[in-house]
Design a protein. Structure first.
Length: 287
């Protein structure tokens, strides 16, 4: 036994062995301390940039992410409804009870060739679903930054009947509103949220959280530049952009009248017929 051997050693040898043990222990502790200091120095000299996903949000409620790869082909009302139904099934499996209200969305960013023509804007297809009829139509949809709000430019919106046979009807409710909106693409690189105000019961509803990593890498060089004031895509460019990404959604053949576009609260849906006289988005949203 180790204890027996230690007790039967001569006293001078026992003292010597203890000194050696203490010396070795102190050396080991010194080495650990040196390694800790070195590691700290390396960490300070080579800081790791936090991932955009891990940055703390300046908002009380967390918004959602993209979470959807569109793949090839055009996005249709049928594929969009199926996309919502898949998410409803996931909620049913995980929670088993309905949500008061929810959203589903798709974002299309311009490519390099389209960026200038689209004036740096991305296109948002936003679906809002709720259990209560009085909550629709939405009052407004906007970008919320820590220090200000930027209204999203609503191109059009429309009501969608939810099939009672769908799980969507059970989980998310019978009332659905879809709409196309524009927002500056570079905002996806900043701390911001897309939020929505309902007609009743709910304001500041978080829809989409930024910054995001899904934005194309080449757009990052525009991170510190905002779209020029009143620089917006023309009607033809916008129509072409929507048609290149989607098929079967309602696309207005003229833009809203200036008074309709600037109203802070939407009129009851469906929207009135568009005026016959065409105008440009730039004229609509002049300050």
């Amino acid at each position: 036994m180790p204890g027996w051997h230690q007790k039967n050693w001569p006293r001078d040898k026992l003292k010597c062995a203890r000194r050696i043990s203490v010396t070795r222990l102190m050396g080991a502790l010194a080495l650990v301390g040196a390694l800790a200091v070195a590691s700290s120095s390396i960490a300070q000299n080579n800081p790791q940039a936090p991932s955009p996903r891990n940055l703390p949000s300046p908002f009380q409620e967390k918004g959602g992410g993209f979470g959807k790869s569109l793949g090839e082909g055009l996005w249709t009302p049928q594929s969009h409804t199926q996309f919502i139904e898949v998410r409803a099934k996931e909620r049913q499996n995980v929670y088993g009870y309905p949500a008061e209200r929810t959203y589903r969305l798709v974002v299309w960013d311009p490519d390099r060739a389209e960026f200038s023509a689209m004036a740096g804007y991305s296109l948002l297809l936003l679906s809002i679903l709720t259990q209560k009829a009085e909550e629709l139509p939405l009052k407004r949809v906007y970008l919320r930054l820590p220090d200000r709000e930027i209204p999203l430019l609503k191109i059009s919106s429309w009501r969608v009947d939810v099939d009672q046979g769908l799980i969507t009807y059970q989980m998310y409710g019978p009332y659905r509103e879809d709409g196309f909106y524009l927002f500056p693409a570079v905002m996806q690189l900043r701390a911001a949220q897309i939020q929505a105000d309902f007609a009743a019961n709910r304001s500041g509803f978080p829809v989409l959280e930024f910054p995001t990593q899904e934005i194309p890498g080449w757009l990052k060089r525009f991170e510190n530049s905002d779209p020029e004031s009143n620089a917006l895509p023309t009607l033809k460019v916008l129509q072409r952009f929507i048609k290149s990404r989607t098929s079967g959604f309602p696309i207005r053949d003229s833009l809203p009248s200036p008074s309709e576009a600037k109203k802070p609260i939407a009129e009851p849906l469906p929207q009135a017929a568009a005026p016959s006289q065409k105008s440009s988005l730039k004229e609509l949203f002049k300050q």
